[in-house]
Design a protein around this ligand. Sequence first.
Ligand SMILES: Nc1ncnc2c1ncn2[C@@H]1O[C@H](COP(=O)(O)OP(=O)(O)OP(=O)(O)O)[C@@H](O)[C@H]1O
Ligand SMILES: [Mg+2]
Length: 262
Amino acid sequence: MTDPAPALQASRLYAAYHQQPVLEDISLSLPQGQWTAIVGPNGAGKSSLLNLVIGSLAPLRGELRILGNSPAAQRRAGNIAYMAQQENMEWDFPISVRETVLTGRYGMMRHDPLWRRLLPRYWANPSHRQAVEAALEAVDMADHAARPIGELSGGQKKRVMLARALAQQAKILLLDEPLAGVDPPSEALILETLERERAAGRTVIMVTHDMQGARRHADNVMLINRTLIGMGPPEEMLSDAMLARLAVGTPSTEHGRVPVAA
Ligand SMILES: Nc1ncnc2c1ncn2[C@@H]1O[C@H](COP(=O)(O)OP(=O)(O)OP(=O)(O)O)[C@@H](O)[C@H]1O
Ligand SMILES: [Mg+2]
């Protein structure tokens, strides 16, 4: 049997906005089924890296393969569920918690037969309904399903957006700061939910500023400050020495550099 393709493989990856470099020379490989925490200072390029993974930002140079294929193809195939960083999100639209989670299934609905697509979305296909209800249960938001999303607290909104990602039942869960601004019980619930997802064989990639959470739950920590500073087990990456390197942006020559094929 051949080895499964890495969840993510980057070779000499560069990215820029309007010619301004944002990520430089990133080479790494992440196996499937693991939990990786991406850690780095504000403006380090963490969200930009996730944008490359979902194919919404094109690399300037280098190559990025997701599950052995292009990011756009994997996104289209429904293999990547993405939860965006939500700082600038407007919430005052009249949509319920349940409908918000259901929007995570919209991409899959184009595979439904036409007669099903003509029905109201929620009833169109029982698998969508079941996925939405299971995801709401997983984040303990089933009791709030009919409420408008705008009415919820910050932590509850995060839980709903996580449910939206879970409902996609994708192989890779890509989460941009799912723990930012949440209360301790929500944080514990989110981490527990992600533990279950990993145990079910999914790959979890999470941007976080929460070192304790990363130390306790992640299999790998990726340190990013415009380039890859290091990648490895949390106890090595979250040492004082590595965090000092992260702060000044000096890559480690020993950690996480994967050989690039000539
Ligand atoms: N759409 C964009 N157009 C131009 N510049 C951008 C854009 N998005 C991000 N940048 C810039 O790219 C750099 C990296 O931003 P990015 O959002 O990836 O950082 P981050 O590590 O996610 O930061 P934070 O921890 O604050 O979320 C920043 O200097 C930012 O201003
Ligand atoms: Mg960010």
